[in-house]
Design a protein around this ligand. Structure first.
Ligand SMILES: CC(C)(COP(=O)(O)OP(=O)(O)OC[C@H]1O[C@@H](n2cnc3c(N)ncnc32)[C@H](O)[C@@H]1OP(=O)(O)O)[C@@H](O)C(=O)NCCC(=O)NCCS
Length: 157
C-alpha cells in the first residue's frame, strides 16, 4: 500500500473513493444525507491549500481511502477520513491516520479533533488505537481529541 499527500491529479481517485461509500457511510462522514458529490467540494479536497492537509492511499492504481485535516485555528485541525467500501478492515484507516498525524506534527499543530456518531464503532476503534479520547459527548455524537504535542498530552487534552 502506498500512502502519500493528496494532489490535484487525484481528483478522480478521491471521487471514486467517495462514490464507493454507502448512504450510511456518508452520513457518518458528513452528518447529513449526501446523494451526490459537488465537483467543487471534491476539487477543494485535492487542491493545494495551506489550511487543509490530505493523504490518499493506493494499492497499485486502485484508490483505497483518503484522510484530511482542516485547520480550525492556529493550533487545531479537524479530521475527516473515509476508506473505500471494499478496502475496509485491512489497515487502510490506520495507515492514513498515521501519515496524517506525522504531517500535522511537522506543520506544528497541537490538537486533532474529530466528530463522529456514537454508534460509529469502526471510527471508535480507529480513534482509540491512535490515542484519541472522547472530550465531549453531545447527543448522538462524540467529539474526539488527540494531543499532538507533549505539552497537550501533559495537560490531559
Ligand atoms: C472508520 C473507517 C475510516 C475505518 O477504516 P478501515 O480502513 O476499515 O480501518 P482499519 O482497517 O485501519 O481498522 C482500524 C481498527 O478499527 C477496527 N475496525 C474497523 N472497522 C470496524 C468495525 N466496523 N467495527 C469494529 N471495529 C472496526 C479494526 O479491527 C482495527 O482495530 P485493530 O487495530 O484493533 O484490529 C471506515 O470504516 C470508514 O471509512 N467509515 C465511513 C466514514 C467514517 O465513518 N469516517 C469517520 C468520521 S470522519
Amino acid at each position: 500500500m502506498l500512502v502519500r499527500s493528496i494532489e490535484p491529479s487525484d481528483e478522480e481517485s478521491y471521487r471514486a473513493i467517495l462514490e464507493s461509500t454507502t448512504a450510511e457511510d456518508r452520513y457518518c462522514r458528513f452528518f447529513h444525507r449526501v446523494d451526490h458529490f459537488d465537483p467543487a467540494e471534491v476539487h477543494r479536497f485535492v487542491e493545494t491549500n495551506p489550511d487543509i492537509a490530505g493523504m490518499i492511499a493506493f494499492e497499485g492504481p486502485v484508490p483505497l481511502g483518503a484522510a484530511h485535516a482542516v485547520r480550525l485555528d492556529a493550533e487545531s485541525a479537524e479530521l475527516a477520513i473515509v476508506v473505500a467500501r471494499n478496502a475496509r478492515h485491512l489497515g487502510v484507516g490506520v495507515a492514513l491516520l498515521e501519515a496524517l498525524i506525522a504531517c500535522l506534527k511537522e506543520r506544528g499543530f497541537h490538537r486533532l479533533l474529530a466528530c463522529a456518531l456514537r454508534e460509529n464503532h469502526a471510527f471508535e476503534h480507529l480513534a482509540k488505537r491512535a490515542g484519541f479520547h472522547v472530550e465531549q459527548a453531545d447527543g448522538a455524537t462524540f467529539r474526539w481529541v488527540l494531543a499532538l504535542t507533549a505539552d497537550e498530552s501533559a495537560a490531559g487534552r
